[in-house]
Design a protein around this ligand. Structure first.
Ligand code: BGC
Length: 451
């Protein structure tokens, strides 16, 4: 035990998941299809033909999973709501059975002393809304506010923490620009429109919260710090473009009410002029911001890497995860201190952090040894502690993820869980990283000092 790593009193320890990745039963009890249901059942979109029909079967096993959370000593659990369970058509008629699932989950968490942290949108847009243009339709902000208000009215009496969107950049880059994620579009003209409407929706959701809610609401960004490969003017400019595209495109309209000028360089003529009035909607006071951190990028100028004219430079001397991401814990410190410099002293949470490393599909024994993930977790928790020492108002940490789950179009082979899931039997087995995390939580960080 090392008191040097003790976290501030009240620091919240959690783990995160998302609906489509773990729930299964996507059409049960009157739920409508989401764009992920549709995408996963489109030939060629998913690695190994995987889909979320069963996933971790959490929809039926949530009580057992809450017990796993309790065994870790979690104080908070971050999960997302599948919008189409609650509103099968995206707007209009409420499906009481779908809403009831989340209500029962919330009660189960509270009975086990775990605070629910609810994300309203983690990528699974109702397919019916995609049919109306999805995030390209300016009405999406109103659709989202309608749905958000229903959730607040139903659960805010028991939910202390809400977030509007998870990682809008991934929706835009994967879903609208590169087509690797739902809804599978590849269109440079659509990307900035989808991005803008996502941030209008987030703002409209926060406005709805001020009318219906009495706890805290924020938004979650994935921030990937960008470092120039050299001091050349070209590399520096490429790094600024990459940062603007991935990071500032979302945080700036939400927190500053503007876009960085580099986005015009990224999009060229595909950059639309948005009505100035829209920023009154995007820029709403937030109670906190959640930041997801996985890796960094070292960036160089590259005229072939479009639209950014910026390419990542592989760092061969460092460890990489199964998703090819460099393990770079200093990036977590730089992300937090950099965010504070740009946006001021907003309470921050790390709402996701974790790593896919190879684990076998079937395990024997009571605990699965996962030395690389355990090392990743330890390094990043220590980095979080350094950021607090550097003055960042960091209020909590959520490990990604509670369970091995559907890693979107990469399927079930990429395992991020603290608990191993045998997808043939649904057996859960704690990994050594889960054991470390439980010790860290129980000691309020001091176990990080162990050899
Ligand atoms: C997402 C998760 C995802 C994780 C690992 C984040 O981008 O919020 O849904 O599984 O990173 O890729």
């Amino acid at each position: 035990m090392n008191p040097r790593f003790r976290f501030p009193d009240g620091f919240l320890w959690g783990a995160a998941t998302s609906a489509y990745q773990i729930e299964g039963s996507p059409l049960a009890d009157g739920a409508g299809p989401s764009i992920w249901q549709r995408f996963a059942h489109t030939p060629g979109m998913m690695a190994n033909g995987d889909h979320g029909d069963v996933a971790c079967d959490h929809y039926r096993r949530y009580r057992d999973d809450v017990r796993l959370m309790r065994a870790l000593g979690l104080q908070s659990y971050r999960f997302s709501v599948n919008w189409a369970r609650v509103l099968p058509q995206g707007t209009g008629r409420v499906n009481a059975q779908g809403l009831d699932f989340y209500s029962r989950l919330v009660d189960e968490l509270l009975e086990n002393g775990i605070a629910p942290n609810v994300t309203l949108f983690h990528w699974d847009l109702p397919a019916a809304l995609d049919d109306r243009g999805g995030w390209l339709n300016r009405d999406s902000a109103h659709w989202f506010a309608e749905y958000a208000a229903i959730m607040f009215s139903a659960l805010d009496d028991r939910v202390p923490q809400w977030t509007t969107l998870n990682e809008p950049w991934v929706v835009v880059d994967g879903g609208y620009l590169r087509g690797a994620l739902a809804p599978g579009h590849r269109n440079l003209y659509e990307a900035p429109i989808a991005a803008h409407n996502l941030m209008r929706a987030s703002g409209a959701g926060i406005q709805a919260y001020r009318a219906h809610g009495r706890h805290a609401i924020g938004v979650v960004f994935n921030i990937e710090p960008k470092y120039p490969a050299s001091d050349s003017a070209d590399d520096l400019a490429a790094t600024r473009r990459a940062d603007a595209y991935m990071n500032l495109q979302f945080a700036d309209p939400a927190l500053l009410g503007s876009y960085p000028p580099e986005l015009r360089e990224v999009y060229g003529e595909a950059w639309p002029d948005f009505p100035a009035d829209d920023f009154r909607l995007t820029r709403q006071p937030v109670d906190f911001v959640g930041l997801n951190y996985y890796t960094r990028a070292v960036v160089r100028h590259d005229t072939d890497a479009l639209p950014l004219r910026a390419a990542p430079v592989h760092q061969p001397h460092r460890t990489h995860t199964e998703t090819g991401w460099e393990v770079y814990e200093q990036g977590l410190v730089d992300m937090l201190t950099g965010f504070r410099r740009r946006y001021g002293d907003i309470p921050l949470y790390i709402t996701e952090n974790g790593a896919a490393f190879y684990d076998p599909p079937v395990v024997e024994g009571e605990v699965l040894d996962d030395p690389l993930r355990t090392d990743y977790l330890r390094r990043h928790l220590e980095a979080a502690h350094r950021a607090i020492e550097a003055g960042v108002d960091l209020r909590g940490y959520y490990a990604w993820s509670l369970l091995d789950n559907l890693e979107w179009s990469l399927g079930y082979a990429k395992r991020f869980g603290l608990y191993h899931v045998d997808f043939a039997t649904q057996r859960r087995t704690p990994k050594a990283s889960a054991k470390l995390y439980a010790r860290v939580i129980a000691s309020h960080g001091e176990a990080l000092g162990e050899a």
